[in-house]
Ligand binder design. Structure first.
Ligand SMILES: [Zn+2]
Length: 211
């Protein structure tokens, strides 16, 4: 397993750099103008608006020439582990389409046991070989602590969570920790490239974090 500098990851990085420049020069706007499903109006929930848009998906899919199911193994052989932050639009950032990649998301984009489980399936059952880690500036996980958040939940609910919050103080440090965990996992031996990045929410650019 090496830090491959060739391959799909490099292509995606180049594509996202273009996206970043566009985002940096675009006028500041709310997401409403660019959301295909449109605005949420009085009397409808966001879920209802989104489901109305989703109902048109079979027709839109046909218009793009897609017929039937694509193969389950991701076409690019890539798995992305990203924070769930709403400003990090992984598909748009990397130019990913249907069938291209596995995208695993959680609070912080941290490497949990379940992320390792999913990556193990991704690699060993569905053939991916490259991993991209995406953290970002302004992450909420930098603003809480494990003990503090667990204390708060226990105070508010009477139940202390058994899970670790996996908060972090420094986003770059957590990217490096995540890279080390992935590189040392016995279940991810198929990895040919694993690289970590911080997405800048103010410019839309990606900055790589060297190990
Ligand atoms: Zn985040």
């Amino acid at each position: 397993m090496g830090n491959g500098r060739q391959g799909v990851t490099d292509v995606i990085e180049t594509m996202s750099a273009v996206v970043g420049r566009d985002a940096a020069t675009a006028p500041v706007a709310g997401s409403g103008g660019r959301r295909p499903a449109g605005d949420v109006t009085d009397g409808a929930t966001a879920t209802e608006v989104l489901l109305t848009y989703a109902a048109g998906n079979p027709a839109r899919r046909q218009e793009t020439g897609l017929r039937g199911a694509l193969p389950a193994p991701p076409a690019l052989g890539v798995a992305v582990v990203a924070c769930m932050d709403a400003r990090l639009n992984v598909e748009a950032l990397l130019g990913l389409g249907e069938g291209d990649a596995h995208i695993l998301r959680n609070a912080g984009g941290v490497i949990t046991t379940d992320v390792v489980r999913s990556l193990a399936v991704s690699q060993n059952a569905l053939g991916t070989k490259e991993i991209i880690l995406l953290h970002h500036t302004g992450c909420g996980m930098e603003t809480i602590t494990d003990v503090g958040f667990r204390d708060q939940l226990e105070r508010d609910t009477g139940v202390r969570p058994e899970w670790s919050v996996q908060a972090f103080e420094n986003v770059a440090d957590d990217v490096r920790l995540s890279l080390r965990i992935l590189r040392s996992s016995p279940f991810l031996q198929a990895t040919t490239s694993v690289r970590g990045f911080i997405y800048e929410v103010d410019t839309g650019a990606l900055v790589e974090v060297p190990l």
